[in-house]
Design a protein around this ligand. Structure first.
Ligand code: ZN
Length: 254
Protein backbone atom coordinates (compact mmCIF):
# COMPACT_ATOMS: atom_id res chain seq x y z
CA UNK A 1 0.00 0.00 0.00
CA UNK A 2 2.70 2.42 1.09
CA UNK A 3 4.96 1.20 -1.72
CA UNK A 4 2.20 1.68 -4.33
CA UNK A 5 1.55 5.20 -3.05
CA UNK A 6 5.26 5.98 -3.12
CA UNK A 7 5.54 4.74 -6.73
CA UNK A 8 2.60 6.96 -7.66
CA UNK A 9 4.34 9.97 -6.07
CA UNK A 10 7.54 9.17 -8.01
CA UNK A 11 5.59 8.86 -11.25
CA UNK A 12 3.96 12.28 -10.68
CA UNK A 13 7.33 13.69 -9.54
CA UNK A 14 5.82 14.83 -6.23
CA UNK A 15 9.19 14.87 -4.46
CA UNK A 16 7.90 16.30 -1.20
CA UNK A 17 5.43 13.43 -0.92
CA UNK A 18 8.22 10.95 -1.78
CA UNK A 19 10.37 12.45 0.97
CA UNK A 20 7.52 12.21 3.49
CA UNK A 21 6.86 8.58 2.49
CA UNK A 22 10.56 7.86 2.98
CA UNK A 23 10.50 9.46 6.45
CA UNK A 24 7.43 7.38 7.38
CA UNK A 25 9.25 4.18 6.37
CA UNK A 26 12.42 5.10 8.31
CA UNK A 27 10.50 6.07 11.45
CA UNK A 28 8.41 2.89 11.20
CA UNK A 29 11.50 0.69 10.96
CA UNK A 30 13.16 2.59 13.84
CA UNK A 31 10.11 2.16 16.08
CA UNK A 32 9.91 -1.54 15.17
CA UNK A 33 13.55 -2.08 16.12
CA UNK A 34 13.14 -0.14 19.36
CA UNK A 35 10.07 -2.17 20.37
CA UNK A 36 11.97 -5.40 19.66
CA UNK A 37 14.90 -4.11 21.76
CA UNK A 38 12.63 -3.14 24.64
CA UNK A 39 11.04 -6.60 24.55
CA UNK A 40 14.49 -8.24 24.59
CA UNK A 41 15.56 -6.11 27.56
CA UNK A 42 12.35 -6.94 29.45
CA UNK A 43 12.80 -10.63 28.68
CA UNK A 44 16.48 -10.50 29.81
CA UNK A 45 15.54 -8.75 33.07
CA UNK A 46 12.85 -11.36 33.81
CA UNK A 47 15.29 -14.18 33.05
CA UNK A 48 18.00 -12.54 35.17
CA UNK A 49 15.69 -12.31 38.18
CA UNK A 50 14.43 -15.87 37.75
CA UNK A 51 17.90 -17.39 37.37
CA UNK A 52 19.29 -15.44 40.34
CA UNK A 53 16.56 -16.78 42.65
CA UNK A 54 17.14 -20.27 41.30
CA UNK A 55 20.89 -19.86 41.82
CA UNK A 56 20.34 -18.66 45.37
CA UNK A 57 18.16 -21.68 46.22
CA UNK A 58 20.74 -24.01 44.69
CA UNK A 59 23.53 -22.38 46.73
CA UNK A 60 21.53 -22.93 49.93
CA UNK A 61 20.93 -26.60 49.01
CA UNK A 62 24.59 -27.04 48.11
CA UNK A 63 25.80 -25.49 51.36
CA UNK A 64 23.50 -27.79 53.34
CA UNK A 65 24.83 -30.82 51.41
CA UNK A 66 28.43 -29.78 52.03
CA UNK A 67 27.78 -29.48 55.77
CA UNK A 68 26.84 -33.17 56.05
CA UNK A 69 29.66 -34.35 58.35
CA UNK A 70 30.39 -37.77 56.76
CA UNK A 71 33.32 -36.80 54.53
CA UNK A 72 34.88 -34.42 57.04
CA UNK A 73 34.57 -36.96 59.89
CA UNK A 74 36.06 -39.67 57.69
CA UNK A 75 39.01 -37.44 56.77
CA UNK A 76 39.54 -36.30 60.37
CA UNK A 77 39.45 -39.88 61.72
CA UNK A 78 42.08 -41.01 59.22
CA UNK A 79 44.40 -38.05 59.88
CA UNK A 80 44.15 -38.58 63.63
CA UNK A 81 44.86 -42.27 63.19
CA UNK A 82 48.23 -41.86 61.43
CA UNK A 83 50.24 -40.84 64.57
CA UNK A 84 48.94 -43.98 66.29
CA UNK A 85 51.03 -46.09 63.88
CA UNK A 86 54.24 -44.97 65.57
CA UNK A 87 56.33 -47.80 66.97
CA UNK A 88 56.38 -48.14 70.75
CA UNK A 89 52.75 -47.26 71.40
CA UNK A 90 50.75 -49.87 73.26
CA UNK A 91 47.09 -49.23 72.51
CA UNK A 92 45.45 -51.84 70.27
CA UNK A 93 41.91 -50.62 69.71
CA UNK A 94 40.75 -49.12 66.41
CA UNK A 95 37.23 -47.70 66.60
CA UNK A 96 34.64 -48.68 64.03
CA UNK A 97 34.58 -45.32 62.20
CA UNK A 98 38.37 -45.27 61.78
CA UNK A 99 38.62 -48.93 60.73
CA UNK A 100 35.84 -48.43 58.20
CA UNK A 101 37.70 -45.35 56.93
CA UNK A 102 40.94 -47.31 56.49
CA UNK A 103 39.23 -50.15 54.60
CA UNK A 104 37.41 -47.68 52.37
CA UNK A 105 40.22 -45.14 52.02
CA UNK A 106 40.47 -45.94 48.30
CA UNK A 107 36.94 -44.60 47.71
CA UNK A 108 37.37 -40.93 46.92
CA UNK A 109 34.35 -38.65 46.72
CA UNK A 110 34.36 -34.89 46.82
CA UNK A 111 31.61 -32.86 48.50
CA UNK A 112 28.55 -31.85 46.42
CA UNK A 113 29.45 -29.11 43.91
CA UNK A 114 26.53 -28.79 41.46
CA UNK A 115 24.93 -25.44 40.63
CA UNK A 116 22.68 -26.17 37.62
CA UNK A 117 21.70 -22.49 37.22
CA UNK A 118 25.36 -21.57 36.62
CA UNK A 119 25.79 -24.47 34.20
CA UNK A 120 22.69 -23.27 32.33
CA UNK A 121 24.06 -19.71 32.07
CA UNK A 122 27.29 -21.02 30.56
CA UNK A 123 25.76 -23.58 28.18
CA UNK A 124 23.13 -21.11 26.92
CA UNK A 125 25.71 -18.32 26.50
CA UNK A 126 23.61 -16.02 28.71
CA UNK A 127 26.15 -15.26 31.42
CA UNK A 128 26.17 -11.62 30.25
CA UNK A 129 22.47 -11.42 31.15
CA UNK A 130 23.72 -10.99 34.72
CA UNK A 131 24.59 -7.34 35.14
CA UNK A 132 26.32 -7.84 38.47
CA UNK A 133 30.03 -8.25 37.67
CA UNK A 134 30.81 -9.84 41.06
CA UNK A 135 28.30 -12.63 40.46
CA UNK A 136 29.70 -13.24 36.96
CA UNK A 137 33.26 -13.19 38.22
CA UNK A 138 32.78 -15.45 41.29
CA UNK A 139 30.45 -17.74 39.32
CA UNK A 140 33.01 -18.26 36.56
CA UNK A 141 35.81 -18.74 39.06
CA UNK A 142 33.72 -21.30 41.01
CA UNK A 143 33.03 -23.27 37.83
CA UNK A 144 36.66 -23.21 36.76
CA UNK A 145 37.96 -24.42 40.12
CA UNK A 146 35.18 -27.00 40.39
CA UNK A 147 36.08 -28.52 37.01
CA UNK A 148 39.72 -28.75 38.01
CA UNK A 149 38.66 -30.32 41.34
CA UNK A 150 36.64 -32.95 39.51
CA UNK A 151 39.62 -33.75 37.27
CA UNK A 152 41.79 -33.97 40.37
CA UNK A 153 39.50 -36.60 41.89
CA UNK A 154 39.65 -38.68 38.69
CA UNK A 155 43.44 -38.39 38.63
CA UNK A 156 43.90 -39.20 42.33
CA UNK A 157 41.44 -42.07 42.05
CA UNK A 158 43.98 -43.97 39.93
CA UNK A 159 46.64 -43.64 42.66
CA UNK A 160 44.55 -44.90 45.54
CA UNK A 161 45.23 -48.35 46.95
CA UNK A 162 42.52 -50.79 48.02
CA UNK A 163 44.02 -51.64 51.42
CA UNK A 164 41.44 -54.30 52.33
CA UNK A 165 42.39 -56.23 49.20
CA UNK A 166 46.17 -55.68 49.52
CA UNK A 167 46.43 -56.33 53.27
CA UNK A 168 43.60 -58.75 54.17
CA UNK A 169 45.61 -60.02 57.15
CA UNK A 170 45.39 -56.53 58.73
CA UNK A 171 41.70 -55.78 58.29
CA UNK A 172 38.39 -57.36 57.37
CA UNK A 173 34.65 -56.80 57.26
CA UNK A 174 32.24 -59.34 58.77
CA UNK A 175 28.49 -59.61 58.61
CA UNK A 176 27.08 -59.69 62.16
CA UNK A 177 23.56 -60.33 63.44
CA UNK A 178 21.89 -57.06 64.35
CA UNK A 179 18.17 -57.32 65.20
CA UNK A 180 17.95 -53.53 65.48
CA UNK A 181 18.46 -53.05 61.74
CA UNK A 182 15.84 -53.63 59.07
CA UNK A 183 17.90 -56.37 57.42
CA UNK A 184 18.71 -58.04 60.77
CA UNK A 185 22.45 -57.73 60.13
CA UNK A 186 25.19 -55.14 60.00
CA UNK A 187 28.82 -54.87 58.95
CA UNK A 188 31.57 -55.21 61.55
CA UNK A 189 34.94 -53.64 60.71
CA UNK A 190 38.01 -55.16 62.35
CA UNK A 191 41.55 -53.72 62.14
CA UNK A 192 44.76 -55.19 63.58
CA UNK A 193 46.58 -52.12 64.94
CA UNK A 194 49.64 -54.06 66.13
CA UNK A 195 50.04 -55.69 62.71
CA UNK A 196 49.66 -52.28 61.05
CA UNK A 197 52.45 -50.82 63.22
CA UNK A 198 54.79 -53.56 62.02
CA UNK A 199 53.97 -53.26 58.33
CA UNK A 200 55.73 -50.35 56.61
CA UNK A 201 54.27 -51.22 53.17
CA UNK A 202 50.78 -50.82 54.64
CA UNK A 203 51.75 -47.53 56.32
CA UNK A 204 53.12 -46.11 53.05
CA UNK A 205 49.93 -47.07 51.20
CA UNK A 206 47.67 -45.63 53.91
CA UNK A 207 49.64 -42.37 54.11
CA UNK A 208 49.33 -42.07 50.32
CA UNK A 209 45.55 -42.58 50.48
CA UNK A 210 45.12 -40.15 53.38
CA UNK A 211 47.27 -37.48 51.69
CA UNK A 212 45.20 -37.70 48.52
CA UNK A 213 41.92 -37.62 50.44
CA UNK A 214 43.06 -34.71 52.59
CA UNK A 215 44.21 -32.81 49.49
CA UNK A 216 40.82 -33.22 47.84
CA UNK A 217 38.97 -32.13 50.98
CA UNK A 218 41.18 -29.09 51.39
CA UNK A 219 40.85 -28.14 47.69
CA UNK A 220 37.06 -28.46 47.65
CA UNK A 221 36.24 -26.97 51.04
CA UNK A 222 38.88 -24.23 51.31
CA UNK A 223 39.67 -23.26 47.70
CA UNK A 224 36.36 -23.89 45.87
CA UNK A 225 34.42 -23.12 49.06
CA UNK A 226 35.87 -19.57 49.17
CA UNK A 227 34.34 -18.82 45.75
CA UNK A 228 31.05 -20.40 46.78
CA UNK A 229 30.92 -18.14 49.86
CA UNK A 230 31.79 -15.05 47.79
CA UNK A 231 29.20 -15.98 45.15
CA UNK A 232 26.54 -16.44 47.81
CA UNK A 233 27.35 -13.06 49.32
CA UNK A 234 27.18 -11.34 45.92
CA UNK A 235 23.82 -12.98 45.11
CA UNK A 236 22.48 -12.01 48.55
CA UNK A 237 23.47 -8.39 47.93
CA UNK A 238 21.95 -8.34 44.45
CA UNK A 239 18.64 -9.86 45.63
CA UNK A 240 18.76 -7.93 48.91
CA UNK A 241 18.50 -11.10 50.94
CA UNK A 242 19.71 -11.00 54.51
CA UNK A 243 20.18 -14.21 56.47
CA UNK A 244 19.29 -13.86 60.10
CA UNK A 245 22.47 -14.63 62.04
CA UNK A 246 21.01 -16.87 64.74
CA UNK A 247 18.96 -18.96 62.32
CA UNK A 248 20.50 -19.59 58.91
CA UNK A 249 17.32 -21.12 57.57
CA UNK A 250 15.42 -17.85 57.77
CA UNK A 251 15.72 -15.10 55.25
CA UNK A 252 14.56 -11.55 55.33
CA UNK A 253 13.98 -9.66 52.11
CA UNK A 254 14.94 -6.02 52.59
ZN1 ZN B 1 21.63 -16.16 50.78
Amino acid sequence: MLLRRMMEHVRTQNWLAVFLDFIIVVVGVFIGIQVANWNNVRSDRAYERDILYRLHNEILTLETGREVPGLVQHNKALREFLPRLKAGLEDTEVDDLTCRGIIRSHVLNGPPDSLPALDELISSGRMKTLRNTDIRSFGSSFLQKREFGRELITEFDNDLRDLGREFPELMHIQIANDPETEQGSSQDFTCDLVGMRNNTAFQTALINNVDRFNGIMSYHFDFVGADLDALHQAVDQELRIQHIADDDTQEERL
